[in-house]
Design a protein around this ligand. Structure first.
Ligand code: GUN
Ligand code: ZN
Length: 665
């Protein structure tokens, strides 16, 4: 029902298939009121909508009509429709006049595309006992709903809502239990109060602990989330669908949505965007209108802003710039920034989903960037690699920071602390001294051979400006370098720090910025494919062809047989047949994806691999990795580029998983 087309962080551009057509995700489902609807949401860009089955059920006339002509005609929408079950009414009024079974039957009877069971939205911060009690009922009802839908061969797809209040372990437990049931979509529920209170840090916990235990292959809907300000953050955490009554509720209160927050019409001197409404009218025009007309126009603006933001988010995923957008958006409100900082705590999980290489460069937008998945991955890689090999300090940028941020720097400097800091600097970190300045560049420790590899050279951060920072950086580097034999400091750094390091410290003559090409190739191979890959790939009579224009390595041969090409954009190695064979000779599953023997011939013919045929897979595989395709006996069949990470490959049953480059016939 769901396929991934592009990825960035945990965000995905996907396609959701329903009985009323396919929609792109991330997407927003405007809430349609079955009786009071006045806004034509389709005209303003809605591909899918959500309405409330319980409200229809309770209204005799609507209920009769829905059963007669069907839901699509009732609300006059011919695309996919999701229905909610009355759970929200349950959470507001404490009770509803419908059973779980009845609401499931009713949703199927009126022809909804995606129905919902009667989960219990347990609010945040309730007693643990209450959260557990509610949760058991939610899970029981999900079970009942799914077996009912399956036993009766329903057309309708079914939602199973993750609850668990603000208890991370209950969110995980619920998600794990619901995953076993194999529902069609997984909404994350009871987050509306968190959003209303601006408790984005707790929202991050609720979402991350839920998605962590949900299957990758199912779409996730953040229930009741309809403010465009939070879409980017939530998409980065893996949410695919949002729903919004906000567009109309805010319009009725003369409030306009923007990605920077909500604005009141009474405070506006200028219209906030460039939509049709904002271009055609002034705030005074709107204020002078009668209410009904004004609500229509503000709702139109609100929908426009929401859909525009989703287009921007999808484009950012295609480009690999989603985190830059998230970081920008999360500066709209201090509490959102709090949520973003908290997301940094999940870097280890996010790294597993983040593509290995992206089209766009890594932009440092502030200290939060230091916790991004790319940085975590780089530090992990450094720890895996032979640590005492030529480290180079690239242009580094420093800045003073305040106390509460220091923890993140400690982590960033784990590597430096282990291996390369002088006692003095180490001591400062250990004592938790917080007022000293640290190197403010996400990738400051870079083995010399890797300085062209994504994201190490495809990243940017601001320059050092203030004198104090320069002095600190200079001392830091001198300390750092004294303890470390092979530290090379990039000439730009020397220049910026006004540091004539080589003369002053008798830097050994032989250490220059010239690189040994074979060493470089091996280091890149180890960084990309794991330790030992370099030695496995580059043996024999190595011949290196460079670009005449840039002087960069392009092709690497053993005599006349090509082993790898080096991609200009990110300096990653692209395997050839010989390279693939050499890499495959390494013991174990490293870089390998095992496919069902029944499709062996397709792979050998160079056809793409579909996820449903994948039997096993190296857990280090990330999307955009070069991977080896083997059969159940471990024989190499083909090689190609991963479109998914390891867990997605194992979980999906639809769509492509590997774009094959070449097969072995
Ligand atoms: N709408 C907003 N939150 C919820 C929720 O937790 N459950 C359901 N069913 N609908 C919602
Ligand atoms: Zn507008």
């Amino acid at each position: 029902m769901f396929e991934i087309k592009a990825k960035d962080m945990r965000g995905r551009v996907g396609v959701l298939k329903t009985n009323h057509g396919e929609i792109k995700t991330p997407n927003l489902m405007p809430v349609i009121h079955p009786r009071k609807q006045t806004v034509d949401v389709k005209e303003y860009g809605a591909d899918i909508v959500i309405t409330n089955a319980y409200l229809i059920y309770k209204d005799e006339e609507l209920s009769k009509k829905a059963l007669d002509v069907g839901l699509h005609e009732l609300i006059n929408f011919d695309g996919p429709i999701m229905t909610d079950s009355g759970s929200f009414q349950l959470s507001v009024y404490g009770d509803v006049d419908i059973t779980n079974k009845e609401v499931i039957e009713f949703q199927e009877a009126i022809g909804t595309d995606i129905g919902t069971s009667l989960d219990i939205p347990t609010g945040p911060y309730v007693d643990r006992e209450k959260a557990e009690e509610d949760l058991e009922i939610t899970i029981e009802r999900a079970k009942e709903a799914i077996s009912y839908v399956k036993d009766n061969d329903y057309e309708m797809k079914i939602n199973s809502v993750v609850q668990g209040s603000t208890y991370p372990d209950l969110r995980e437990y619920c998600a794990t239990e619901l995953t076993k049931l194999d529902a069609d979509l997984y909404p994350i529920g009871a987050v509306v109060p968190l959003m209303e209170m601006y408790h984005y840090r707790d929202l991050v916990d609720a979402v991350m602990h839920s998605v962590k235990c949900l299957p990758d292959s199912k779409a996730r809907h953040l229930m009741g989330a309809g403010h465009p300000m939070i879409f980017a953050l939530c998409v980065a955490m893996g949410c695919d669908l949002f729903d919004s009554a906000a567009y109309i509720l805010y319009a009725e209160a003369d409030r306009l949505l923007t990605t920077r927050g909500t604005v009141k019409l009474e405070n506006l001197n200028e219209m906030p965007c460039s939509c049709e409404v904002c271009c055609k009218y002034t705030p005074d025009d709107l204020r002078a209108m009668d209410k009904e007309e004004r609500v229509q126009l503000i709702a139109q603006h609100n929908l426009h802003v929401s859909f525009a933001e989703l287009r921007l988010i999808r484009q950012a995923i295609y480009e690999g710039s989603l985190m830059e957008l998230v970081e920008e958006r999360c500066r709209a409100h201090p509490m959102l920034l709090d949520g973003l900082r908290h997301l940094g705590e999940y870097s280890f999980d996010l790294e597993k989903y983040d593509p290995r290489s992206k089209k766009s460069a890594f932009f440092y937008t502030g200290p939060e960037s230091l916790k991004r998945a790319e940085v975590t991955r780089h530090l992990n890689k450094l720890n895996e690699m032979d640590k005492r090999k030529n480290l180079v300090v690239l242009p580094t940028y420093t800045k003073p920071y305040t106390k509460h941020l220091t923890n993140s720097f400690n982590e960033l400097f784990v590597y430096a602390k282990d291996e390369s800091l002088s006692e003095d600097a180490e001591c400062k970190i250990e004592n938790g001294e917080t007022d000293f300045m640290v190197l403010d560049t996400p990738f400051c420790l870079i083995p010399l051979e890797l300085d062209e590899v994504y994201p190490l050279s495809q990243s940017d951060a601001p320059r050092i400006r203030d004198k104090m920072a320069i002095e600190f950086a200079r001392d830091f580097l001198i300390d750092f370098a004294e303890d470390y034999d092979n530290v090379l400091i990039h000439p730009n750094v020397l220049e910026e720090l006004e540091l004539d390091y080589i003369e002053e410290y008798n830097y050994p003559e032989e250490i220059k910025f010239e690189k040994d090409d074979i060493k470089k190739l091996k280091a890149i191979a180890d960084y990309q494919f794991g330790n030992g890959a370099g030695d496995a790939l580059f043996t024999g009579k190595i011949k290196i062809e460079k670009s005449k224009k840039t002087g960069k390595i392009r092709h690497v041969y053993d005599k006349n047989q090509i082993i790898v090409n080096m991609r200009a954009s990110d300096s990653f190695l692209i395997l050839s047949k010989l390279g693939a064979k050499r890499l495959a000779a390494i013991e174990g599953m490293r870089n390998k994806v095992m496919i069902d023997n029944s499709v062996e011939s397709f792979a050998r013919d160079g056809k793409s691999v579909f996820a449903k045929f994948i039997k096993d897979c190296d857990e280090n595989i990330r999307s955009n990795d070069e991977v080896l395709i083997v059969n159940e006996q471990g024989e190499l069949l083909a090689f190609g580029k991963a479109l998914l990470n390891y867990s997605e490959m194992l979980d999906f049953n639809t769509g492509q998983a590997i774009k094959t480059r070449k097969g072995f016939k």
